[in-house]
Design a binder for this molecule. Sequence first.
Ligand code: AMP
Length: 296
Amino acid sequence: MQIVEHIRDLRSARARLKGRVGAVYTMGALHAGHRSLLDCARAENDAVVATIFVNPTQFGPGEDAESYPRTPDGDLALMEVAGVDLLFAPAPAELYPSGFQTSVSVDEVSQGLEGAQRPGHFRGVATVVAKLFNLTQPDAAYFGQKDAQQVVVLRRMAADLNFPLEVVVCPTVREADGLAMSSRNMFLSAKERRAAAVLYRALRTASDAWEAGEREPGVLREAVRAVLGAEPLVAIEYVAVNYPESLRGVLMPTGGPVLLSLAVQIGRVRLLDNMLLPRALNTREGLTQALGAPLV
Ligand code: AMP
């Protein structure tokens, strides 16, 4: 694995990669969720390029990029074992030198859900990913279902700005009790960590209702809220049912697919989770079709 920190070194190393190139973009503090993206990229491409960059522009005023978890030694070992060919791990000034003043904003699909809770977040994400697309020039870019709105925003950006790449979506990797793996889970106390299993239980309850024939979006949302509400440590931010392509809210019963998503606060930790309904769509193929397929 070649590790580079500077853009000029990345460009020359990227030019030497042969064949189809898959890319995985991370903020480090790597876990099995990141590993699954790397494994998928490795299996489907001739070469894999990965990045580690805690992007300051996607953190809001109350959110501190400085306190984002960092595990550099473990990250390098995981990238190496996963078969990454080229790792780009720049310092912030490499991507945002003084005088930087351009940003990418994707309007409609950035507005609801996470965008409503975290103003400016998706502008930061779209801007850095546009830069990383330009710098790494992948044939396919791999993203996790866990950040479903992020994929929808980036898919729209890739279409609108003519990035010649495929957006691939890999299923959320979970702990044994169903909690979606996240770098932020390490900030949960033991008690909060136990409480956090309720997120997946809540999604499962609604998806059981869907599989039993329930299609009313309000009823599905209430099923999630009822399960979450039974856990005193959980403060609900939103529970939503949206069309995966437009992210518009589902107002009437529909045959699907729909994206059921939630955000909660447990202690000082914000947690997200989501599921596509019907449940059978939560695979690489189903997710990629619903959230990542090319837009015309
Ligand atoms: P992050 O390092 O949190 O910015 O995440 C980098 C990539 O890994 C994003 O595409 C995430 O959606 C993805 N990812 C994070 N957690 C998981 C997970 N539990 N399962 C699958 N993908 C994940």
